[in-house]
Ligand binder design. Structure first.
Ligand code: BG6
Length: 364
């Protein structure tokens, strides 16, 4: 049942801290602060390239994965949505790593992409929530997300669990490739281990998130902005809003806004920005200044370290706990999903069963 929550989505949102912790327990030794992945029939030290493919929210998790694998593990990564990857026929070096991400393990587009990668002698590593799924059977290796059953059509906890797995995979890959010494690994692992308690603190911000929801619910169009690993989180926020509140939302890399969508900005198009205090904080803030100068209403998710500077320009903001840059996209996912949820509640839509959508799409 819903355990007293209004919808399965609300219940599942509240499970973020738990599933991040459970997923970490599978892969992290807290005593040594090291990541241990199961044995896999390929060597992360020598794979020439990774090809990431998925659909929907899982694709955005993959985009964060690309950011981490390239920046931290120095592994070249190609990424595309599964329905495109399959037909692009990209040139692939034999022995590359195909990284498939899916909550259900049954999504037809992702499964078809998996099969086409397999034909090219690509190692198949899947990040899956349903461990006895078709994709699980057809993969060389599976890294499980320990999110439990996800009932709400819009993905919530499975997404942060996917990010948690990808973070651990990044650490293991970086170590294997000589990009991470023991001290640096301990620092990243400590940041991950800190997440369940920081994630739990996000729920103290419910009133602030509902305030933002009041503004967003009145809009016809909403622009979501973020940079770096926060760009896919903006995309996740925009997708969630579209899916369950039926409000049109677009996500842009904050720096790209001036090359087009800035022409849309006026008082009627709220801007939701994810701007924790990371090395991209200043750059993102100056992009937000540009939007504000054109009459944009800034609704900003930041953290305790960014709050002072954000408050100087934002119409409203939500202040989240400050965490290590590496894990900031995981933490910042929770409030953007909560925002979409609260907007849908205000709109009175069928939150758990949005029109035209299915939990698992088994046709291509
Ligand atoms: C969709 C769902 O169509 O499939 C999304 O509506 C989901 O929420 C996407 O992210 C991918 O599903 P899966 O099971 O492959 O992660």
């Amino acid at each position: 049942g819903k355990d007293g929550y209004r919808h399965f989505m609300e219940k599942e949102l509240h499970e973020h801290p738990l599933v991040i912790g459970q997923t970490l327990q599978r892969m992290v030794d807290p005593a040594s602060r090291r990541v241990f992945l199961p044995d896999m029939p390929f060597d992360l030290a020598t794979v020439p390239r990774a090809v990431i493919t998925a659909c929907g929210s899982a694709f955005y998790a993959g985009m964060v994965g690309r950011y981490w694998l390239e920046a931290i593990a120095r592994l070249p990564v190609d990424i595309d949505v599964a329905s495109e990857m399959r037909y692009r026929n990209p040139p692939l070096t034999e022995g590359s790593l195909g990284l498939l991400i899916s909550q259900s393990g049954e999504t037809a587009d992702t499964l078809a992409a998996l099969r086409s990668l397999r034909q090219k002698a690509i190692h198949i590593l899947s990040v899956l929530n349903v461990e006895h799924s078709t994709m699980a059977r057809e993969s060389d290796s599976v890294l499980g997300t320990v999110a439990g059953p996800e009932i709400s059509v819009a993905s919530t906890k499975a997404f942060t669990a996917q990010l948690t797995v990808l973070a651990c995979l990044t650490i293991a890959t970086a170590r294997a490739r000589g990009m991470l010494d023991a001290l640096a690994e301990e620092e990243l692992v400590a940041a991950l281990l800190d997440l369940p308690s920081r994630a739990a603190e996000v729920f103290t911000q419910g009133a602030a998130i509902r305030r933002l929801a009041g503004v967003v619910a009145e809009a016809r169009d909403v622009l979501y902005l973020g940079r770096g690993s926060m760009f896919p989180i903006a995309m996740e926020g925009a997708l969630k809003l579209k899916e369950i509140s039926y409000i049109h939302a677009e996500a842009y890399a904050a720096g790209e806004m001036k090359h087009g969508p800035i022409s849309l900005i006026d008082r009627t198009v709220p801007i939701v920005a994810s701007v924790p205090y990371t090395p991209l904080f200043d750059k993102t803030l100056s992009n937000l200044q540009e939007a504000k100068a054109r009459g944009g209403r800034l609704l900003v998710f930041t953290d305790t370290k960014g709050a002072d500077r954000v408050s100087a320009i934002a119409e409203d903001m939500v202040v989240l706990p400050h965490v290590h840059d590496f894990v900031a996209p995981i933490l910042q996912t929770i409030p953007v999903q909560m925002l979409a949820y609260e907007v849908a509640v205000l709109k009175g839509t069928d939150v758990d069963q949005p029109r035209n959508l299915a939990k698992s799409v088994t046709v291509e």
